[in-house]
Design a protein around this ligand. Structure first.
Ligand code: PHE
Length: 347
């Protein structure tokens, strides 16, 4: 009997349990009613009385060890099961849908990327500004129509209908940021300022009271109009593709002289003329020019030594041209059917 117990003991120890099926086989072989250990208990009756005590102890010990081993493995297998179910890489992904970037953010980021590749930094400034940074330092005459209440949202007017450099208002363009940069930095300056701007306009498909701009500024020695043109050509081909052509038309802005407006060849018809470009083959994209010396001087930059160029565009407009969006209001309505169309863009 003692030998049988020792044999079974080593059988129990050597039984390989590597999964649920083996564990069940183990249970049946050793611990079930007809298992080898139970059979030994049946045989126990035949053990001579003087050996009963010692054999009984050994038998009980065997049963205890075999049961412990069983429980131990069962626990371990259960743990592996939970682990496997949380780490199952073939399970469907988390059910929360990812958001999409707004088209304005996509194009803004793209524009920032294009200019940062040629050394432009990004600068930001306040949306609530004073007249000085939005108009006066940018060479706007005191009776310039942009200063009219009909065009600008005023928060605080200092002296009735008169314009005053201390008037507090919502910036109408991000040129104000460039004024702040020029006030605080020495040339060479090469920066773009993206941001929200506000104009007192009735909301329609073509105009909105809030929109976004990116304006650019380069001030250094010997900056020429040719530099401006080359930079804008680089920008247009990066944003709209290699085949795009640009043209500059003379224009006027108080803060640049000479000034121009830049068109790109219509990317719908390729310049042949269609209803988007109204048959002209061209689409207006941005304003630009050489920084007026008065502006440089107002910001404490020596205009006899330094010159600069500036440009500015609406991001909504650039996005319209790039993606064929035909109504400005779509950008602000957050209609998921519109926004979802930009899912695949990851910028
Ligand atoms: N600030 C002008 C606007 O808001 C754009 C512009 C910037 C034009 C720089 C010329 C030079 O329309």
């Amino acid at each position: 009997m003692k030998e049988r117990i020792a044999e079974l003991r080593s059988e129990v120890d050597n039984f390989i349990i590597d999964g649920d099926a083996a564990l069940e086989q183990y249970r049946i072989a050793f611990l079930s009613k007809k298992g080898k250990i139970s059979l030994l208990f049946d045989d126990f009756r035949n053990v001579p009385p003087e050996a009963k005590r010692e054999t009984g102890l050994l038998l009980n010990e065997l049963k205890q060890i075999a049961t412990e081993r069983y429980n131990d493995f069962r626990e371990r297998l259960a743990m592996t099961d939970t682990f496997q179910s949380t780490a199952d890489l073939s399970m469907p992904a988390h059910p929360f849908g990812e958001g999409t970037r707004h088209p304005i953010s996509i194009v803004r980021n793209e524009i920032i990327g294009i200019f940062s590749r040629i050394g432009f930094t990004v600068s930001e400034g306040p949306e609530i500004e004073d007249d000085n940074h939005v108009f006066t330092m940018l060479n706007f005459a005191s009776d310039h129509p942009a200063r009219d209440m009909q065009d600008t949202f005023y928060i605080e007017k200092k002296s009735g209908s008169e314009s005053d450099p201390h008037d507090v208002l919502l910036r109408t363009h991000t040129s104000s940021v460039q004024v702040r940069v020029m006030e605080n930095q020495k040339p060479p300056i090469r920066t773009i300022s993206p941001g929200r701007v506000f104009r007192n306009e009735a909301v329609s498909a073509r105009a909105h009271c809030i929109f976004h701009q990116v304006e650019g500024l380069y001030v250094a020695e010997n900056v020429s109009f040719a530099d401006l043109k080359q930079t804008l050509l680089y920008f247009a081909t990066e944003l709209f593709g290699e085949d795009v052509r640009i043209r500059l038309r003379p224009s006027f802005f108080p803060f640049t002289e000479p000034s121009a407006e830049m068109d790109i060849s219509c990317n719908i018809c390729g310049g042949k003329g269609c209803n988007v470009c109204k048959g002209t083959g061209w689409l207006e994209l941005l304003g630009c020019g050489m920084v007026d010396p008065n502006v440089l001087e107002a910001c404490g930059i020596d205009s006899s030594r330094y010159s600069g160029y500036a440009f500015g565009m609406g991001i909504e407009r650039a996005t319209m041209l790039k993606y064929g969006v035909n109504d400005l209001r779509l950008y602000f309505e957050n209609d998921i059917r519109f926004l979802n169309q930009f899912r695949t863009e990851i910028l």
